[in-house]
Ligand binder design. Structure first.
Ligand SMILES: O=C(O)CCC(=O)C(=O)O
Ligand SMILES: [Fe+2]
Length: 324
């Protein structure tokens, strides 16, 4: 069988967090928590299995997404609110990366369906339901992983839950990457770190997602059916004063096939203040490695990277902007 074993990505089995009444649950939960801690300190990337998101839903959402992106461009372009009309932090609906962008993909973006801000495609039938079901399940998974992270960061129970209690800034993107046209025309998403708290990726069988390993080599996050790739974003790297890594990752396009993925971003409210927590700085006898900032300021600087790409790569804003 050509399927890989998932390469070098650590696998975390979340089953013990869903089991009830088994005497060994506490031990199994502690082992899973330790595996998350190790992965987040090493690269910030792992693969979750038995995560509570039904495999049938994941496959259905990816299939319907492929059917949507296969529609003619005029159809897809209808799923876009008028310029300036969006009340959401990012434009909802369909978009294709601009021609000047090094990233070669198109996507459909939605916020929390409960906010009523989204624009959905009329076709294919069932796509909206699948996206909304995914959104709800991935939010639940985000809250579970956030609890596990709170625990493995040694924070008081419920700390991150309280710090990041607002679900108004999370978003989901269904993505389609175009096939590579040659071996040097194959960038899907350039190497980056996610700015948010925690990201999940569901992907079809094509492959191309890669994470930068500790030794500086790219490790493929090969598709493994039913698994979800999890990565830590910049917010957790800052809170943990660099103890937890915001994973550097990219997507390399493969020849001969479009690639489909669904990414969910557990985010932070724009008004939140982000700085190294005392547990990782003063109380640990460590100097803070970042100055504090309001999250919205960082989100806006990152948006500017896209809307007004700086001509010099060193002017692109990353979390290093707040380095001390
Ligand atoms: O499509 C993927 O596999 C990853 C997407 C990603 O890294 C992003 O949107 O930030
Ligand atoms: Fe990303």
């Amino acid at each position: 069988m050509a399927a890989s074993n998932g390469g070098a990505l650590p696998v975390v089995d979340l089953a013990p967090f869903f089991a009830v009444g088994d005497a060994d649950d506490a031990g199994a939960r502690a082992r899973a928590t330790e595996a998350v801690r190790e992965a987040c300190q090493a690269t910030g990337f792992f693969r979750a299995v038995n995560h509570g998101v039904p495999h049938e839903l994941m496959a259905r959402a990816l299939d319907l997404s492929a059917a949507f992106f296969a529609l003619p461009d005029e159809e897809k372009a209808k799923v876009r609110p008028a310029e300036g009309a969006s009340a959401s932090p990012l434009p909802v609906g369909y978009a294709r990366q601009p021609a000047h962008s090094a990233d070669k993909n198109e996507y459909l973006l939605l916020f929390n369906p409960k906010l009523g801000l989204n624009h959905y495609p009329a076709e294919p039938a069932g796509f909206r339901d699948a996206l909304e079901e995914c959104y709800a399940k991935l939010t639940d998974l985000g809250l579970l992983i956030q609890d596990i992270l709170s625990e493995c960061m040694g924070l008081p129970p419920g700390f991150l839950e309280e710090y990041n209690a607002d679900r108004g800034f999370d978003f989901l993107t269904a993505l389609r990457y175009f096939p590579a046209t040659s071996s040097d025309e194959n960038n899907g998403i350039s190497a980056h770190e996610d700015g948010n708290c925690i990201t999940f990726v569901l992907q079809d069988g094509v492959g191309g997602l890669e994470v930068l390993g500790e030794d500086g080599r790219w490790v493929p996050a090969e598709p493994v059916e039913g698994s979800i790739v999890v990565n830590v974003g910049d917010v957790l790297q800052v809170l943990s004063n660099k103890k937890f890594k915001s994973a550097t990752h990219r997507v390399v396009r493969r020849p001969g096939a479009h690639r489909h993925s669904i990414a969910f971003f557990l985010n932070l409210h724009g008004d939140k203040w982000v700085e190294p927590l005392p547990e990782f700085a003063a109380h640990a006898g460590e100097p803070p490695r970042y100055r504090g900032f309001r999250y919205n300021e960082y989100m806006q600087l990152r948006m500017r990277n896209k809307t007004h790409p700086p001509s010099r790569p060193e002017d692109v804003v990353h979390i290093t902007h707040y380095d001390i």
